[in-house]
Write a protein that binds this ligand. Structure first.
Ligand code: KG4
Ligand code: ZN
Length: 408
């Protein structure tokens, strides 16, 4: 039985999970309302809020699970990546608790947690996913797309060893070179005067727009490998056997589409409409602090013109299309036997629909976490800690926060 603690960004979370899959408690204290006033996460405020929340959140998890500290086998905590001050609150608390109770401490990479959110649910659902070949770890590599507000990564995840006695290994086969996909959703939502965080707003509003209205294109990225091969190609000019292209690249770039949206707004003179929407929403938010996009659309229909809705639908269509191209391309190139998609943006309904359809067509199993498991939580940290517990991979009291921690 593992108590896991997650505090890498703006959610203070604690969970109790038995045997890596049975969730006995999963408590998340969200700071969304606090940061909404600033249109983004303010690191200093996040740390202070974690300090305030950590004790009550852990107590609530223990009470919900109906257990005492003595019943625990280990304490797991997110080591990174994330905000230094925020990570430090969870790590300091976990270290102190481990020391006080004499329980072993397990350090978990937040990104590995997102991947295990899906694997855990595969185990929980038993035969369903097993038949699809996602829950059984020994059969070959999985392609994992972790796509959130801070990350857009592709990993090949492979289980090393026989079931129950091995660990997972990861190889990063694609990453964003600039913004994360969730960040692009959030920034574009902000440009359009929508609520915070922008992802869920874009998702809800895109359903009311025409995705074919505006064409956004993603240019192929020039990787170092490609540049070398192009140089080799030109030096071998005239030769029929000149090397072609390079290794396929599965990196991402989302800053271009954000600029394209900004340019569209400028050339179509949408500023006045956006300002009016921002003001109307700010007023509505005073009445109703938790305002969802669907409510806003009903409340203020005049502030959601067709041009804006079309732009949102077109943006989302393009971003999801790009995520699909890279993820399915990488899965094929690396011989993955299944795909898992996780992180906050995996909650996007169009993404789920189109990934599921494409996967079915290719005969490649794909799995997503439930909505609650898509965004940050501690149950996923406990799930990722489980194989480490079985393998005896424990952290010592020198554990520190690693804001730039990498996986693979
Ligand atoms: O995983 P997460 O909770 O935190 C990070 O580790 O970043 O992800 C939050 C991100 C935000 O950018 C948010 O806008 C985005 O996930 N997000 C969505 C949706 N729900 C959350 N993006 C698109 N569509 C959604 N439905
Ligand atoms: Zn996350």
């Amino acid at each position: 039985m593992i108590l896991a603690i997650e505090s890498s960004c703006d959610e203070t979370a604690a969970a109790i999970v038995r045997a890596g899959g049975e969730v006995m408690a999963n408590i998340v204290a969200s700071q969304i309302a606090l940061h909404a006033n600033y249109g983004g996460v303010v690191p200093e405020l996040a740390s202070r809020e974690h300090l305030r929340n950590i004790v009550p959140v852990v107590r609530a998890a223990m009470t919900q699970a109906g257990i005492a500290f003595a019943d625990l086998d280990a304490i797991a905590v997110t080591e990174g990546p994330g905000l230094a001050g925020a990570l430090l609150v969870g790590i300091t608390y976990a270290k102190a608790l481990a020391l006080g109770t004499g329980k072993p401490l397990i350090a978990v990479n937040h990104l590995e947690g997102h991947i295990h959110a899906v694997l855990m649910q595969g185990r929980e659902q038993g035969t369903g996913n097993r038949e699809q070949g996602i829950a059984t770890p020994e059969e070959g590599p999985l392609l994992a797309l972790v796509v959130s507000g801070g990350h857009t990564h592709l990993y090949l995840a492979e289980y090393d060893g026989v079931s129950g006695a091995g660990t997972w290994r990861y190889r990063n086969v694609g990453r964003t070179v600039d913004d994360a996909a969730g960040e692009a959703f959030d920034k574009v939502a902000k440009l359009l005067g929508l609520g915070y965080p922008g992802g869920p707003w874009m998702d809800a509003l895109a359903k009311h727009g025409n995705a074919a209205a505006v064409e956004f294109r993603f240019q192929p990225l020039k990787t170092r490998q490609n540049k070398i091969d192009l140089a080799a190609q030109s030096s071998a000019a005239g030769s029929l056997t000149a090397p072609r292209g390079g290794d396929p690249t599965f990196d991402f770039s989302f800053s271009g589409i954000k600029t394209a949206v900004l340019r569209y707004i400028q050339t179509h003179e949408m500023a006045a409409v956006i300002d009016a929407r921002r003001t109307a929403l700010a007023l509505a938010l005073r009445e109703q602090p938790i305002l969802r996009a669907d409510d806003a659309l009903k409340l203020l229909p005049e502030n959601f013109d067709a041009q804006t809705l079309d732009l949102i639908a077109s943006f989302q269509y393009a971003v999801v299309g790009n995520l699909m191209r890279q993820a399915f391309g990488a899965a094929e190139a690396h011989g993955a036997r299944a795909m898992v998609v996780s992180g906050g943006v995996a909650a996007n309904s169009e993404l789920r629909q189109r990934f599921t359809a494409e996967a079915a067509q290719r005969g490649l199993p794909v799995a997503f976490p439930t909505m609650a498991m898509s965004t940050d939580n501690a149950a996923m940290i406990a799930a990722a800690a489980w194989p480490k517990f079985l393998a005896g991979q424990f952290a010592d009291d020198t554990l520190i926060a690693t804001p730039q921690l990498r996986l693979g």
